[in-house]
Design a protein around this ligand. Sequence first.
Ligand SMILES: [Zn+2]
Length: 229
Amino acid sequence: MKHSLSDGGSLLYLHGIEGSYIKETEVKVLGYENGGYILDKTILHYQGGGQPGDRGMLISGDLKIPIYNVRKKGKNVLHLSKVEAPIVRAKLVLDWERRYRIMKMHTLQHAISAVVFKTGFPSLVTEVFPGYGYIESDSSSIKVNGEGYTINKTARNVRRYEVKRDDLEPKLMARCNLDKLPKSVEEISVVEIEGLDSCACAGTHVKNTSEIGDYWLRTPGKRIEFGLF
Ligand SMILES: [Zn+2]
């Protein structure tokens, strides 16, 4: 299975919206290089696409090896750790509390981007962190209407599905800046917020917007800033 902005079916967090909720899994350790473990599969999101890398732990016997970030280097996903150990099999555990905040933030970002896109402002740059995020547009007159403040109240379902590049709707192309996507990517992973938005994304998201909880939002200049309480 091919995914957008990533490779292989080994990124379990991209397997439907449920994939974002996998908190631990058994893995084979294929090697350690450039300061990181290479695994046969992972539940940890690697840094990129406006979302930070996850943190977690590899547990093998009595050994607990902290993973402080995940980065992609060439074809490899590196689970970065200062501790190098000759382990072959391990349990990979996600720092769920931190990740869940990122999932809420990333879903919130899609929703706010959709709301402002409807009033004529495309999101040019977006980035989310565990409790804070921003969207940059090219206009200082960017404003967020009431809908942008009630995303957590509308309880919209969120789902992920794969679509062939040739079958992409023009509407989706416009909202999500897909020109940047390499031509080699044939299957695109799309995240849909029911009745509000569809956007290609290889990040992690919550299943329903009601999970986001209370958040704040402000619009200084060409930016929208938002965060969780
Ligand atoms: Zn996303």
